[in-house]
Design a protein around this ligand. Sequence first.
Ligand code: HEM
Length: 293
Amino acid sequence: MASIIPFSQSQPLFKKPQQAILKKPQGQLFLSLPISQKPQQAVLKKPQGQLFLSLPISQKKARMVVVSATSTAAEKPQKRYPGEAKGFVEEMRFVAMKLHTRDQAKEGEKEPQGQPVAKWNPTIEGYLKFLVDSKLVYDTLERIVEKAAYPDYAEFRNTGLERSESLGKDLEWFKEQGHVIPEPSLPGVSYAQYLQELSEKDPQAFLCHFYNTYFAHTAGGRMIGRKVAEEILNGKELEFYKWDGDLAQLLQNVREKLNGVAESWTREEKNHCLEETEKSFKFSGDILRLILS
Ligand code: HEM
């Protein structure tokens, strides 16, 4: 099957340090300039491995775009990552949305590849493979937070977003309908193994996958579920796409927990988490593609 979703291309998500941009935190104008050396008393930041010198300047000087290199003012850290002001989940969402193709989501920036979901011709066999591999991934995620190799993971137990049990019910239903439930295949097995290993050594990267997997399923995942159900299940809604309680509230609760956990992360750890998004798309994309196999 030809590639449906271009999940693996790399994208310069973090390549736009703002150069010589005027900002106005706390009613004061600042001019940020990339610099090459450490000045003695200025505030240093390091997005993209590039050093920045931020200096408060007067309105008048701002208009003239003249910089005084003699500032000693203590400056509040500026928000310079998209979504940062709203919390770290918004940063993760921003990165994720850019990795969609333009036909998948309006914020997507990738070129469309293959058929859009609306034109998919799914098969029951392919969809069963997708459900089986998805269950393996959710089983793994839910076991990881249950075990909580890092104490922060315990925050994500019983969020109401869990999908393992509902997928179990759906597979049971398919069995009752006379379908043979396949064994997990390579995309699911490799992702589960990757998640297990990552969870033991890299909590920031692991939580990126946690966020993307659960949140993607409630957005594009649901859309795909509806489309597939129309095509091959006479519109039957699977348990996979049903949540107990108010989904918007469940998502908001998890956003708040993720934001809370990320508050203790350094900027480097946050960036490391964001950079993992592409892998999340790659692994999940491989599993999604099973629907058309
Ligand atoms: C055919 C594949 C996909 C389609 C059609 C799709 C579509 C969408 C759509 C329509 C949204 C909602 C945008 C909005 O809020 O305006 C969305 C959100 C999102 N998608 Fe996807 N997506 C796909 C695959 C993926 C994959 C593979 C991932 C990552 C594993 C992913 C991660 C996300 C995330 C994190 C959000 C934000 C959810 C939120 O804010 O609650 N998507 N997607």
